[in-house]
Design a protein around this ligand. Sequence first.
Ligand code: UD1
Ligand code: CA
Length: 482
Amino acid sequence: MTYPRPVAVIVLAAGEGTRMKSSIPKVLHTIGGRSLVHHAIAAARGVEPAYLQVVVRHERDRVAAHIAECDPDALVADQDEIKGTGRAVECGLAALPADLEGTVVVTYGDVPLLTSSTLADLLTAHASAGSAVTVVTAHIDDPTGYGRIVRDAAGGVARIVEHKDATDAERALTEVNSGIYAFDSGLLRAGLAALTTDNAQGEKYLTDVLGYARAQGRAVAAYAIADVWQTEGVNDKVQLARLGAELNRRTVEAAMREGAIVRDPATTWIDTTASVGRDTIVHPHTQLLGATSVGADCEIGPDTTLTDTEVGDGATVCRAQALLAVIGPGATVGPWAYLRPGTELGAEGKIGTFVETKNAQIGAGSKIPHLSYVGDATIGVDSNIGASSVFVNYDGVDKHRTVVGDHCRMGSDTMYVAPLTVGDGAYSGAGTVLRQDVPPGALAVSGGAQRNLEGWVPAHRPGTAAARAAEAALATEQGEQA
Ligand code: UD1
Ligand code: CA
């Protein structure tokens, strides 16, 4: 991308967002795994401004703390009690060096689909036309509420009129102001100084800087974009969902263009920060969230949610939920598995049906196929954990670890009472309660020998179906013996 770098991008985020009806500041609501303001900051950062600044006011501490997490190099400026987009930029500019020169871009913190490449195109158009102001505009069917672009007889941009200040004829105009602009810094400074609050809303309108530029004989241009989504802001939770769905549609489409096979894009949710490799099949109702990265040639889903999880090439994950887990190449997970933080499944390993794992390193080729809980464990390579086993990691006060070696064959319904070590090549019998370490190669069994209390059921539960069945069976046996 070659484009003229801006000296600053000022992101406006001081508005209160009352229509969100939320205790969360508007720009902190998320779509695609990122807050609205994080999307705005990422787009701005993409054009490499010398200064990236966000203007805040409503819930300023909370918003400022969040901005520092998104982008530690972003500056935060405070808007005072004077209202309007013009005042917001004025406050922003006042907090930047006074000798700032070059192009200043203004964007909004609640417009999440705007891309860096659109900003780069704006900067290119602005520089090549030699304009003092370039405003990004969009043609929309229902322009209600937006500022309208008023053009002169020659087709040039004369000014912007706000909906509330517009005449009926102006309200019929369908080219609207997106609120995204490139300004010459000197013109912007002078234009802001000349703003008044003499309008329907009693605010300092940034839009009036365009009329000011024209009055000074400076060139004002419009950069119309066809992709209206990129100019759309979030004002309420209906728009939040609408833009969230559109962002997801774009992310899923990009994943497919990169080689992923998505069976049902409509029910697949991929965060902006997640990735999917080539020829990986994503089945319906799958969510790949946060920093999740899925390798190539995998099968993921259906009904699977992976958050901050790494999946190696060729793995299969079906009807599973995973958080902060690592699934090795060629491994198999599910159906119906719950991988909690710290789960690391080695290559070709298996976490099977109705299995929950937590803080468990499971070596290559090792399998936990059925109905088990494995918490706080290290399991070596090529070991098998029998069905219905529990790693008993909690003594009621503290958590303890279990270590199982390589090539173990552990029986079904084994209880691993931690802390515990099972040596390489060891076995356990079905139903064993392991309370002591098992040496390499040993077979561990526990519990007394089985006792059969003959005739107990007919004697103690006479007249029941079980007693009648037992009596009939015993009678048949006696008849055969006679
Ligand atoms: C503004 C434009 C309008 C444009 C529309 C596009 C002005 C006067 N009007 O409308 O022409 O069509 O955006 O959405 O600029 N903000 C502040 N401080 C303030 C006021 C707003 O930081 O004092 C921020 C808000 O947080 C928001 C953005 O500026 O991110 C736009 O504010 P909003 O009230 O939604 O826009 P309008 O003024 O209605
Ligand atoms: Ca708005």
